[in-house]
Design a protein around this ligand. Structure first.
Ligand SMILES: Cc1ncc(COP(=O)(O)O)c(C=O)c1O
Length: 385
């Protein structure tokens, strides 16, 4: 009897052609996701404008599946284009609340390992003349990132922006601990979960944070161009959406002279959605919900442990924490010439990646033990130090 992860692997033709280790950039395409997108294209080809009659159906399915995955109401799940889009929306909402309150002298505390997705909206706010100071606390040697962030927060802090899993080091930030340490503060905790959604369960993070954003196309194995932002209840109406369109009213199409917003995430719909992408994302989330979050994470833990043990035996430098609670599926190797190593590995049938100056080996549940062992053997023969 095939194991559950072998059944998953059999859905991924790319895994037959290459040892695929870069889910954190783009997951391989599952057969079911391709079929769902093919069906959406066929419906368009056969019925033209009639595909608009089910315009919101796949978005609603995605919202239900994500709600089930992270343990929240679907009314809290807003569709976006990407993690960056999700982080921009979160920042716009926080800034809008600050403006409405007339607060002056605000600051935002940024995690030193945050991706540009989580920092650019704030840099741009400064560019646009918002009176916000950006703070970049760097942990002292051995200091926990949570403590460094908390130490930089004061009464004027309106948001902290963090990456759940760092794209540079694979390090995991304890979002629940951060949120606990900030309890009682009037600020927003904004979490970029691009490298964890699909690898780890996010229930605790969604329960602890004000905003959690992630893409469909990485560890969730969906198509590019779709992301989600899970918004804590108090923000849904105050301030509510900062961008709206005809899709934001309770029962579109609306009367252009009247103005009424739907309740919850529906108010964040703009116009015609990315129906092809959402069809694929819904299929990916469906596939995902059949796997069970606990099993996926447990298998990633096992495989990454196996790989890191080999990395340590070879003495390869890696900033990725060894203990499982400190990481997820992203593993970084700090090599002198990561691009040369990536290219040589690619010629030998191993698809790894380079990001932020490190070699990235992203290990997902569909990877095989033997692939991990062969990759280690290949690294040994390359002596890439
Ligand atoms: C931690 C993190 N956040 C955000 C992104 C970018 O995501 P998106 O392209 O969905 O904006 C990446 C991309 O690799 C990432 O590693």
């Amino acid at each position: 009897v095939a194991e559950w992860w072998q059944a998953l692997r059999s859905q991924l033709p790319l895994c037959e052609r290459t040892a695929y280790f870069f889910a954190g950039a783009q997951g391989p395409l599952p057969l079911g996701v391709r079929a769902a997108m093919d069906d959406a294209i066929a419906a368009w080809d056969e019925t033209g404008w009639r595909i608009r009659q089910r315009m919101w159906e796949d978005l609603d399915r995605c919202r239900d599946l994500i709600a089930g995955m992270v343990g929240c109401s679907p009314a809290r799940v807003v569709a976006c284009d990407s993690t960056s889009d999700a982080m921009s929306l979160a920042a716009a909402m926080v800034l809008q609340r600050r403006r409405a309150a007339g607060t002056e002298g605000a600051n935002v505390v940024l995690h030193d390992e945050v991706h540009a997705s989580g920092s650019y909206p704030w840099h741009n706010a400064v560019r646009l003349g918002e009176p916000v100071e950006l703070r970049w606390p760097v942990p002292d040697d051995g200091e926990d990132a949570v403590e460094a962030i908390v130490a930089a927060v004061d009464a004027a802090t309106i948001a902290v922006s963090v990456a759940h899993i760092s794209h540079r080091t694979g390090r995991r930030l304890d979002v629940a601990a951060l949120s606990d340490r900030l309890r009682g503060r009037d600020l927003a905790v904004i979490v970029d979960a691009a490298q964890s959604a699909g690898a780890l369960g996010l229930e605790a993070e969604v329960a602890a944070a004000d905003f959690v954003g992630f893409p469909a196309n990485k560890w969730l194995l969906g198509p590019p161009g779709v992301g989600f932002l899970v918004i804590a209840e108090p923000w849904l109406a105050d301030p509510g959406p900062t961008s709206v369109g005809w899709g934001s009213c309770p029962s579109p199409p609306p009367d252009a002279r009247a103005f009424e917003l739907a309740v919850g995430a529906d108010a964040f719909r703009l116009g015609t959605p990315n129906q092809l992408g959402l069809a694929g994302a819904a299929a990916a989330l469906q596939l995902r919900s059949g796997l069970g979050e606990g099993r996926v994470a447990a298998r990633i833990e096992e495989l990454t442990e196996r790989f890191l043990a080999g990395v340590d035996r070879q003495g390869l430098p890696s900033p990725t924490p060894r203990a499982w609670p400190g990481r997820a599926g992203v593993i970084s190797l700090a090599l002198r010439d990561p691009e040369a190593v990536r290219a040589r590995l690619a010629r030998r049938g191993f698809d790894t990646g380079v990001s932020a100056g490190v070699l990235r080996v992203d290990i997902h549940a569909y990877n095989e033990e033997s692939e991990v062992d062969r990759l280690l053997a290949e690294l040994r023969s390359l002596r890439p130090l």
